[in-house]
Write a protein that binds this ligand. Sequence first.
Ligand code: 0PR
Length: 387
Amino acid sequence: MKEKGLPAKTVLKEIESRLNKDFTFNSGKVLGSMCTNPHDLAKEVYARFLEKNLGDPGLFPATAQLEEEVIQMLGMLLSNPKATGNIVTGGTEANVLALWAFKNANTKNGGEIIVPVSAHCSFDKAASLLGFRIIRVGLNGKFQVDIEAVREAINHKTVALVGIAGTTSLGVVDPIRELSDIALEHNLLLHVDAAFGGFVLPFLKEIGYEAPEFDFRLSGVSSITIDPHKMGLAPIPAGGILFRNSDLRKFITWKVPYLAGGEIEQATFVGTRSGASVIAVWALLNHLGREGYRRIVKRCMRLTWKLTEGIKQIYGLDVMTEPVTNVVGIKSDIFNIKLIAEKLRKLGWAVALFPRHIRIVLMPHINEKHVESFLKDLRNIVRELKG
Ligand code: 0PR
């Protein structure tokens, strides 16, 4: 740090010139991210309430009330208005909180959590923090967790199962009903990671797509992660953790007695936390409503299928599986997919690369023209590789 500070104008100018190296969602080039431009209303609200701290809800009781309403609205979206929970920093914190509650609720010896190989790395982080052993089980032909393999992995040390509703790599949904039945049968907890799918799946049926079951309607589901900062269009940070009721959540509830606003009970990992995030989510849920989110999902799904059809028509390329949510996996049995990804990146496309496929997420910042221009570049790359 310098002794003497610079004028605000100079600092802002420097920031602008430095940050223009970053990708922008508006460019339409970011095809591999699960985040997007926050909605304008959310940006405005977020900027206005930066001082709100839900780490001391006694100082901000009205903001705390909005968080309760957000959890109730998300609970209703996930078929359980009685759900309890919090808006947290993201899917990672939400998944850690679920497993933390499982750990403290667990009266068995040892502790194993059965997760699909497709699960996000936040489960490994959670297991490392909490001393759980993660048992990864394989997938079926549709890239969903193999239910038989889950059954085989269960033993006296098993504490919980994890199912994914919108996988990181392909956006597919595990057979959550079967997982729920197994959880009930073996008296296990079941966490559903709908960090991505939580703001997509509830709207699919109404717009004519197949909508796999995944939420609290299935009575074995103990907790769900649902992230407003992915398909919810909220500013980062905004993840969501919901528990079926207060039973499990009480295992991660801590009393903090000395605060300026008076004694509180806290069930998040972090202490000081953004009230602005919560208010922004509240604003979005109220402003967009089911109708608004349905419209957004409809548009994203239309583009998902446009891209899927386009890819199927390119020689040597195919999709990994028919899309369930707005995620497309591009594979090739002929060309090296890593090489294709490298060539796409050279052309400025920010795509995500998995071992056997390129992941495209059709987020709300992508439009028809972006998809067409991407397909054109892809066709040219393939033509060049064919020689
Ligand atoms: N659960 C699932 C199913 C996820 O896909 C992710 C992250 C998480 C949990 C963790 O969420 P947080 O990142 O909020 O903690 N999924 C994205 C991914 O790994 C995260 C992401 C988002 C990565 C935007 C890049 C990016 O540009 O792809």
